[in-house]
Design a binder for this molecule. Structure first.
Ligand code: KG4
Ligand code: ZN
Length: 347
């Protein structure tokens, strides 16, 4: 269980976060294109979850523009904080600590959330807890559940793809990861090839629902046991779409989308199952933005038939949100508690 001893920045009072005391954590997330604030009790109960999305802004550019994202975070951050206090019906003195993502992510964007969190920490004299965004995605699985380690996590987001063996709340080992594109990146790039608007992943998912997943066969990349490679798949889709559109500009894009989704989700699911089998772990959790994909959810859920307990966060806790930051700040003891903590762009 968590066991952190923190100090308040002004009065130097000791605050203990463990299973014997209630902890209400105000959390901020601003690593990419969502400005989010949540208030989370004891790592599992979400009292408020506010997300201001920048999708509309970045749509016109076909992707996230870092400078624009940082400016939008700055405009949205105060509002998401005050909305979270309203929604949770909690006052600042009822908060135990203030958390934020400190990396990995876009530096300018991260700075906005982290500096807002540090400011609240000083103004209200509450300890600051800096959180790793990747740990937080995994911790989304603690929300509204009774999940306890050990488990195997498949973490699939826009920037990362990892299979992780989580031995305890703050003790995990990365068993494998992508050697080139992340799963979300592959979804976004293939979506663009198929002419779909940003954000590509969810749009491709919808298109794939209407297609035949067995229309086209793509080879599966040969990588080490738990590693992934998706750049060859992306190139194969590019070559296929070129060939099909030369033959007929009205080619069935739905079939390409469905066949791509089938390939990538089956590779992800198969390797996750293999990791659980190899290490004799009976719980599997899914995490990250791509965990919102309907097919990867179906495939991982299907492992219940083989005796595994499956955890998949609610859709709103898969893509970027601050509730997972609050859960991570509570459960994870490897956190950044110094007010001089700096943001970092890469894991
Ligand atoms: O975790 P996340 O919100 O941000 C990062 O930390 O990267 O993940 C965003 C990624 C994007 O690549 C997005 O296209 C993908 O998750 N994504 C999806 C779906 N929803 C979001 N990919 C496939 N199917 C979806 N339904
Ligand atoms: Zn994320």
């Amino acid at each position: 269980m968590p066991n952190k001893k923190l100090l308040t920045p002004l009065s130097n009072k000791e605050i203990v976060i463990n299973s014997e005391n209630d902890a209400v954590i105000l959390a901020l997330e601003s690593s990419c294109d969502e400005t989010a604030c949540a208030i989370v009790k004891n790592g599992r109960e979400v009292l408020a979850n506010i997300v201001a999305s920048q999708i509309k802004t970045h749509m016109q550019f076909g992707g996230v523009v870092p400078e624009v994202a940082a400016r939008e975070h700055l405009e949205a951050v105060n509002e998401v904080i005050s909305k979270a206090f309203d929604e949770a019906k909690v006052s600042p003195d009822e908060i135990t600590a203030v958390a934020s993502t400190v990396g990995p992510g876009l530096v300018g964007s991260l700075l906005v959330g982290m500096n807002a969190a540090k400011t609240l920490s000083v103004v209200y004299d509450k300890p600051f807890i800096g959180v790793n965004h990747l740990n937080a995605h995994v911790c989304a699985n603690y929300i509204d559940t009774d999940l306890k380690p050990p488990f195997i996590a498949l973490l699939v987001s826009g920037g990362h793809t990892q299979i992780i063996r989580v031995n305890d709340y703050s003790d995990s080992v990365i068993l494998g990861e992508t050697i080139d594109d992340a799963a979300g990146e592959a979804f976004d790039k293939v979506a663009r090839l198929l002419g779909l608007a940003y954000p590509g992943g969810p749009n491709l998912d919808k298109m794939a629902d209407k297609g035949n997943p067995h229309a086209y066969k793509f080879t599966k990349a040969k990588t080490d046991e738990f590693d992934f490679s998706f750049s060859g798949l992306k190139t194969a889709v590019l070559q296929l779409t070129k060939k099909l559109s030369a033959e007929n500009p009205d080619y069935p894009k739905e079939d390409v989308a469905a066949s791509f989704r089938e390939n990538i989700t089956s590779v992800l699911a198969e390797k996750t199952l293999k990791a659980a089998q190899k290490f004799g772990v009976k719980q599997i959790v899914l995490a990250g933005g791509v965990a919102a994909n309907s097919e990867i959810r179906r495939k991982i859920k299907g492992f219940e038939n083989q005796g595994y307990k499956i955890y998949i966060p609610a859709m709103k806790y898969c893509t970027d949100n601050a509730a997972m930051i609050g859960a991570c700040a509570y459960f994870h003891d490897n956190v950044f508690t110094d007010l001089s903590t700096e943001v970092f762009s890469r894991a």
